[in-house]
Design a protein around this ligand. Sequence first.
Ligand code: URA
Length: 230
Amino acid sequence: MRLDKYLTETLGVTRKQATKLLKAGEVTVDGAVVKQGATKLADDSEVVFRDRELNLTGPRYIMLNKPSGFVCSHVDDYNPTVFVLLDEVSPEKLHVAGRLDGDTTGLVLMTDDGQWSHRITSPKHVCEKTYFVELADPVPEETIATFAEGVMLRGEKELTRPAKLVLISETEARLTITEGKYHQVKRMFASVGNRVIGLHRERIGAIELDDALEPGDYRELTEEEVAYFL
Ligand code: URA
């Protein structure tokens, strides 16, 4: 992470104020005065402001607009992970609250607060997730009722929970589900003989993907957004 960004987050100052503090020689990194805001900090850099060591405290909550081709795990032999998109201190301490497939795009929430993410991912909590879905074949009207009743996915013992399907065009739809079974949306459409060719998550609970975020961009959640799952 850049030093000026680190100061804005730890001291609650604006980037302009952080630049002023740096210029005034009030900040040291590993014992030496550093004046350039663009300086990159290592994970173990010791940053001191007026004799006070700064730490990024408190849990972190992030929304990412995931591009296609990135996987939601920390390690993968073939693909880049979503964590390489973050310019954050200790990204390895964060985890994804509700993974997406490598080829799925859109809203990904990341945090180091396990209790918070549990409310999103645990089957005990009902958390709606809305996806924009592009399909290989036209979706017949009756799929709305089929998904509302629940479908039996291969290898499962129970029907999927009622899901809300809204048809947008012949081959485009918006699907809201309250579970997070492996490849759930793709398997639901496969169960009615169709094939998902594009999948984009728009919403998790009350948190909507910020449309100011380009694919690959991220931002911290607002206090209000965090509070939805507290
Ligand atoms: N359902 C899927 O099939 N894939 C995803 O990435 C998310 C939901």
